[in-house]
Design a protein around this ligand. Structure first.
Ligand code: SF4
Length: 328
């Protein structure tokens, strides 16, 4: 494992059984939700994981959290193989890798006070700390999450807070365990546009003040531009392009990335460019297309794309000319 990497993912796959064998085949149909993902995350790095719904980005985050068992592949955290752990080992790890979910309305218990919600992870993880230390950690986590002064919010209930404040409570209950990594799954998609930038700025601050690495999962490439170090673009269970934020936003290589970028609204009409509207639906992840799995929708596909899969590095010279791939 590289000294720099806090997390390494190699050849990660997750297939779900979908139905029963047919009369003509004994094979059980499988959804290829995550299908051979490689990813490195460095300390206090922010990676934006971008793709349409159903591309496998949320399943990938569940695998990283240990909430799903991989079908194949390896996950290493701080040099330790964490692919298959017992429940007890997994519990220790969850302190280090925390998740922030999309919906702050659903993820908070309405009967608890904010103080109880933020303190709960400390009790769940049976951290042997006194009440004074719990109080101190709760206040620090709340204030680092932007709920300042903490005393104003401690005795309130979730329904007394705005959407943005609730998402800050969710982030505070992740921070209270002092994690190394936060997996933020569409953390701003349920919030008003005016609040989104505040939550994104907060995550950007935490990577500096607490040295936390963030995997920011989103379907909206436009929302990550200014704060991610690197952008990884997923399509049908695979990362099809990864690079620095500037490289991906300014010099996208993959036709899918180009299409995603082309539909981001641009306020200045002079800077508007041609929109690339992809034809058809995302293919069924049970019956994946042959060759490059993007070929049924790719605006620059050539016949060879039906046979050669660039992710397996079998791409031909003519195919390379059509599509300047690929993963760095
Ligand atoms: Fe498009 Fe072919 Fe490149 Fe796939 S390999 S992205 S189908 S040009």
């Amino acid at each position: 494992m590289s000294q720099e990497n806090i997390l390494e993912v190699r050849g990660l796959k997750k297939y779900f059984e979908a139905g029963r064998p047919s009369l003509f085949s004994r094979n059980v149909p499988q959804v290829h939700a995550v299908d051979g993902v490689n990813l490195d995350l460095r300390k206090s790095e922010v990676i934006a994981l971008v793709g349409e719904s159903g591309c496998g980005k949320s399943t990938l985050s569940l695998l990283l959290m240990g909430l799903e068992d991989p079908t194949e592949g390896r996950i290493t955290f701080e040099g330790r193989d964490i692919t298959h752990l017992t429940d007890t080992q997994r519990k220790g790890l969850r302190r280090k890798i925390q998740m922030v979910f999309q919906d702050p309305y659903e993820s908070l218990n309405p009967t608890q006070t904010i103080e109880e919600i933020v303190a709960e992870p400390l009790y769940v993880h049976k951290l042997d700390v006194s009440k004074n230390i719990v109080d101190e950690k709760v206040k620090k986590a709340m204030e680092d999450a932007g709920l300042k002064p903490a005393e104003v919010y401690l005795k309130r209930h979730p329904h007394e807070l705005s959407g943005g404040q609730r998402q800050r409570v969710v982030i505070a209950s992740a921070l209270v365990l002092e994690p190394e990594i936060i997996l933020a799954d569409e953390p701003v998609s349920m919030l008003d546009v005016s609040i989104r930038a505040e939550i994104i700025n907060l995550l950007a601050e935490l990577r500096i003040t607490r040295q936390i690495a963030v995997i920011f999962i989103t379907h909206d490439l436009g929302s990550v531009g200014f704060f991610a170090d690197r952008v990884a673009v997923m399509y049908l269970g695979r990362i099809v392009e990864i690079g620095t934020m500037l490289d991906v936003l300014e010099k996208p290589q993959h036709p899918y990335t180009k299409a995603l970028l082309s539909v981001i609204p641009v306020p200045n009409p002079r800077l508007r460019h041609e929109r690339i509207i992809l034809q058809g639906e995302t293919p069924n992840p049970i019956n994946l297309p042959t060759g490059c799995r993007f070929h049924p929708r790719c605006p620059v596909a050539i016949p060879a794309c039906k046979a050669s899969d660039p992710a397996l590095m079998q791409i031909s010279k003519t195919q390379q000319a059509a599509c300047i791939l690929l993963v760095k």
